[in-house]
Design a binder for this molecule. Structure first.
Ligand SMILES: *Cc1c(COP(=O)(O)O)cnc(C)c1O
Length: 366
């Protein structure tokens, strides 16, 4: 039985009766932008995160970019982040004209190393983007303490972390703003491009609203040069349906992770670490295997999908070369990139499928 990394067809089959009328409703109204579905989704997603403001935008990349722009990040500024992320985090920084500065990760959580952050702060540092990678929150308290000390804007990259918590609080409320992606494979995924910014800062929220819609302030007046970065009504209608299922999906992901942990316990692999203060939302279930090639081959033989996020972290990407002064400065990223292996993870995964995957891993390592 072939097992995909993510099974969006199974999810759609289960949701068809709810999704199709929602799409039809948006189309019948022919109000396709900045209408009732976007407004309702913004309110519902804000409530889900426990944050006062949420602003729908065109993608997770737009969310990162517009949040930085709204915070005044621009040329001459440095923005600190990790190489252990998708390139969009870096792109958003470069789009503003600021310079990305990379720091290494903490090896158990794969999140930004707070001591490395402390060392990387300079008088030009304007912002920091901690990435809640795989669905595990960064250790935000010391990051926010450093931010207060050095007057930094903290933007959570929560693109992989819908449903994750830190000390009981949802991601999205931990920094000054947060960026979420609704790319199709994410914990909450649209059927096109979509993203969201959350914040407690009313002025920042207002600037983002202006930026996403060509600087428009109504009555055909454009106050600033903005972007075409709107979230559309059809995607918002789909996301509103899916958001109602998100808490249950996160619970299932956690249940599947526990099942994996149990079945992999006796094998020479490292299962995902979860810090005391974190509730992991398992966008990806990532193990470490020193002898990875044998496991990959065994999975392939059984038609079981796997992925390597990140086989090539950003400090090794040609596009990021201008921002890497010392390629050897990221030993934890380098070590992890040779060992990590993401196994199938999605709410519809069955116990039998988890058993199949673990059997294949076990056979490869025995
Ligand atoms: C998916 C992702 C993004 C970008 O989101 P898009 O919606 O694809 O633009 C940004 N950061 C991280 C960490 C991601 O995983």
């Amino acid at each position: 039985m072939a097992i995909p990394l993510v099974d969006l067809k199974a999810q759609f089959a289960a949701l068809r009766e709810e999704i199709m009328p929602a799409i039809a409703g948006a189309l019948e109204s022919m109000q396709l932008f900045l209408g009732p579905n976007v407004r309702a989704l913004e309110e519902e997603f804000a409530a889900y995160c426990g944050v006062p403001f949420a602003i729908g935008v065109g993608s997770g990349t737009d969310a990162l970019h517009l949040a930085l722009r709204a915070a005044g990040v621009g040329p001459g500024d440095e923005v600190i982040t990790v190489p252990w992320t998708f390139i969009a985090t870096v792109e958003a920084i470069v789009y503003t004209g600021a310079t990305p500065v990379f720091v290494d990760i903490e090896p158990r959580t794969y999140c930004l190393d707070v001591e490395a952050l402390r060392r990387a702060i300079t008088p030009r540092t304007k912002a920091v983007i901690p990435v809640h990678v795989y669905g595990h929150s960064c250790d935000m308290a010391p990051i926010m303490a450093l931010a207060r000390q050095h007057d930094l804007f903290v933007l959570e990259d929560a693109a992989q972390a819908h449903g994750a918590t830190y000390g009981g609080d949802s991601v999205g409320i931990l920094g000054h703003a947060a960026a979420f992606s609704f790319y199709m494979s994410k914990n909450l995924g649209a059927y096109g491009e979509a993203g969201m910014i959350t914040t407690e800062d009313e002025e920042l929220a207002a600037r983002v609203r202006m930026l996403r819609n060509h600087g428009d302030v109504g009555r055909h007046e454009h106050a600033i040069i903005g972007y075409n970065a709107r979230l559309d009504e059809v995607q918002a209608a789909i996301l509103r349906v899916k958001l109602r299922h998100l808490p249950e999906w996160v619970r299932l992901r956690q249940q599947h992770a526990a099942a994996y942990n149990e079945r992999l316990a006796d094998l020479p692999v490292t299962t995902p670490y979860v810090a005391d203060w974190a509730e992991h939302s398992f966008y990806l279930y990532t193990i470490r295997v020193p002898d990875r090639e044998r496991v990959i081959a065994a999975l392939k033989e059984r038609e079981i999908a796997c992925a390597l996020h990140y086989q090539r972290p950003q400090h090794k990407q040609p596009a990021c070369a201008p921002y890497v002064t010392d390629p050897s400065a990221f030993p934890e990223c380098d070590q992890a990139s040779g060992e990590i292996l993401c196994l199938p993870m999605y709410p519809e995964l069955t116990e039998d499928q988890i058993g199949e995957v673990c059997k294949a891993v076990g056979r490869a390592l025995s």
